[in-house]
Ligand binder design. Structure first.
Ligand code: MN
Length: 443
């Protein structure tokens, strides 16, 4: 179990000035992992300020040793799965040595060598292209915001807007891993079946396209088939977190959904490129979100002392929209959602324990989506369906424009930051995607 250590010290500053700027997502206390492309080859890197640390280059210069060097060797295939599967002490040792190498600290031979070779070790983040950081074998998406679920139940006119199981277990569906893409990838409007305003079933470009603002966890070590994961050890199975946009074609979803979401979701899912580790988030832990008075406590297997005490994380999240009209007028994107991870009814630990409770095995690199992180307040509604009350109240997006669904050319940008008094704020970078017109159906 990781503990607070020197890498979290708020006094630590980097000799790389951009990492010390106020508002920087990647100060020396963050050190998130990602995979970038260098001359056509995938390589593991760590974000620092406006640079990417090339981990293989550090090895070449002999700047890492012991467990940290072994951790980098494990990434030589260009993906993070092997590192995710290793004992967490390897990634932790690497974090420790990176923190020492790039901090202003006692002078050492290694520190001087890192500074002298900075040119070949640090790449401009704006110039490298990022990739999905590991092979994602399975992707599960949860539905854990009570407010999101209740609003959708009301939109559908259900007498009891919350499904009966919602407060007993974290509801989820198996989603599609093959169509997960890195931030910046275009989102092509899917073709699909839907019911039009006249009640006719049609096939064509899906008219009601939406975003869903979520946080996702990457699984570290997995569990063997038949072997469940006790609640107070669930977090030890998480490598880290990224932002996730669960793009949804609501028109397709509402018509097809008998067994659960299918083509209304599987056309693409976008993620931010940097995995902010469990260890980096240690200073930002909170108790599990309090349940409303009168709600049943979780069943014993989902009710852990450690999970209740620190199963929450202090992460604020935002969604922004940029429309073609805004861009041609030279205007900035507009913030449409401000929410917080504590709006969820279930913790990531509970999601993981529930997921494995029937003996289902999770594997390193599997992705676990939180579900749309909507809160009670209007500004914390984390998808357009909620922001518009299912299309009844068009959403102003600036420039005298309104939306009831995303239009071609619209871009959605997510940002997230973990903040806490006495700690240096760390961020997730961006998760963005722009809607492109549907492809013509082949002749
Ligand atoms: Mn979702």
């Amino acid at each position: 179990m990781a503990q607070l250590n020197a890498t979290h010290d708020p006094e630590r500053r980097s000799w790389l000035e951009s990492a010390n700027q106020p508002g920087c997502d990647f100060p020396i206390q963050n050190l998130p992992f990602g995979v970038f492309t260098e001359s056509g080859v995938h390589r593991a890197g760590v974000a620092l300020g406006d640079k990417v640390i090339n981990l293989q280059a550090l090895l070449r210069h002999g700047l890492l040793d012991g467990h940290a060097a072994l951790a980098v060797h494990a990434t030589s295939s260009g993906g993070l799965n092997a590192l995710m599967e290793m004992d967490p002490l390897f990634a932790s040792a690497l974090r420790g040595q990176l923190s020492d190498l790039f901090s202003i600290g006692a002078s050492s031979e290694r520190l001087s060598s890192a500074r002298a070779n900075a040119e070949s070790i640090l790449l401009d983040m704006s110039k490298v292209s990022m990739n999905v950081p590991c092979s994602i074998g399975d992707y599960t998406d949860f539905l854990t915001s009570l407010h999101h679920t209740e609003r959708h139940g009301r939109f559908k006119g259900l007498k009891d807007p919350l499904p009966p199981a919602f407060k007993s277990l974290p509801v989820a569906y198996h989603s599609r891993a093959s169509s997960i893409r890195i931030t910046g990838t275009d989102v092509v409007r899917p073709n699909g079946q839907y019911k039009d305003a006249q009640g006719e079933v049609r096939f064509g470009p899906a008219p009601m396209l939406d975003f869903e603002l979520e946080l996702a966890a990457f699984i570290a070590r997995g569990n063997a088939l038949t072997q469940p994961i006790p609640i107070d050890r669930a977090r030890d199975h998480i490598f880290g977190y990224c932002l996730l946009n669960d793009w949804s074609a609501k028109s397709i979803q509402w018509w097809e959904q008998v067994l659960g979401p299918f083509l209304g979701k599987s056309f693409i899912t976008s993620i931010s490129p940097w995995i902010v580790t469990e260890e980096a988030l240690l200073p930002f832990r909170l108790p599990a979100p309090a349940r409303p008075a009168g709600d049943p406590p979780p069943l014993d297997h989902l009710n852990g002392e450690r999970d209740q005490a620190e199963g929450g994380i202090d992460i604020a999240l935002e969604a922004w929209i940029s429309t073609p009209a805004q861009r041609s007028a030279g205007q900035e994107a507009v913030c449409i959602t401000r929410t917080h991870l504590q709006n969820l009814y279930w913790t990531f630990g509970q999601m993981i324990t529930h997921h494995a409770s029937n003996g289902c095995n999770l594997r390193p690199g599997d992705l676990i989506g939180s579900g749309t992180i909507s809160g009670e307040s209007d500004i914390s509604r984390a998808c357009i369906t909620e922001l518009t009350n299912a299309g009844k109240d068009p959403l102003p997006v600036g420039n005298n424009e309104f939306r009831t669904a995303l239009e071609d050319g619209d871009e959605i940008i997510f940002r997230g930051r973990a903040a806490r008094e006495g700690a240096v704020t760390i961020g997730f970078g961006e998760c963005r995607g722009r809607i492109q017109p549907a492809r013509a159906w082949p002749a």
